[in-house]
Design a protein around this ligand. Structure first.
Ligand code: SF4
Length: 192
């Protein structure tokens, strides 16, 4: 329903303003490494589909980033384009895959070395999480509130706190359960 609502040029700025931390980190890794492994491509690719990227936009997005790295256009078309069409239900069983919920990201397929998918509130070491939050200009008092929630294993509440701190609101009026919901709520607050 929202297909084609955003342009590829908007993604960098949206990732800083309206993406939850899991997607912000996937986007940043993709831009830095010109590559994401399978788990990251699935988690991020389906999220992007959920915010409205069309199949054509998705192919262009992934291709243009991958060919800046070690993959040439020919290899991209042979090795990666299929899985992107697959995500959109255009190959294989033609299942139209839905973006992953927070519970799915938190509970299944934990990232290993070299992976950038997962939920940073659940899967990053507290010290590393703290560094990431500092890098994203979250205040020290905000960071300690977040780390306290993480300690109590309230990962989604920690994410919601991150939302409140980065949107300058006291109390988010929703209960977070999905990265795409985070995006929609953010756009509402920002009037996007
Ligand atoms: Fe992403 Fe959900 Fe984790 Fe937030 S709580 S970082 S939206 S998986």
């Amino acid at each position: 329903k929202n297909v084609g609502k955003i342009s590829l040029e908007q993604i960098d700025s949206l990732s800083g303003k309206s993406f939850p931390l899991c997607m912000r980190q996937l986007h940043q890794s993709l831009r830095e490494n010109h590559h994401l492994r399978h788990g990251g491509r699935m988690q991020y690719g389906l999220f992007l589909k959920g915010i409205g990227l069309s199949l054509e936009q998705a192919l262009q997005f992934w291709r243009s980033e991958f060919i800046r790295g070690k993959v040439d256009a020919d290899k991209f078309d042979k090795a990666y384009a299929y899985s992107i069409r697959h995500m959109f239900g255009k190959e294989g069983k033609r299942t139209d895959y839905t973006p992953y919920s927070c519970m799915k990201v938190i509970l299944s397929n934990p990232p290993s070395q070299g992976d950038h998918h997962g939920c940073p509130f659940r899967h990053s070491e507290p010290e590393l999480l703290k560094q990431k939050l500092q890098f994203y200009k979250v205040s020290l008092s905000g960071i300690s509130q977040i780390l306290e929630l993480v300690k109590g294993m309230h990962y989604q509440l920690a994410c919601q706190k991150y939302f409140e701190l980065t949107h300058n609101i006291e109390d988010a009026s929703f209960s977070l359960n999905h990265p795409n919901q985070y995006f929609i709520e953010s756009q509402k607050v920002l009037g996007g």
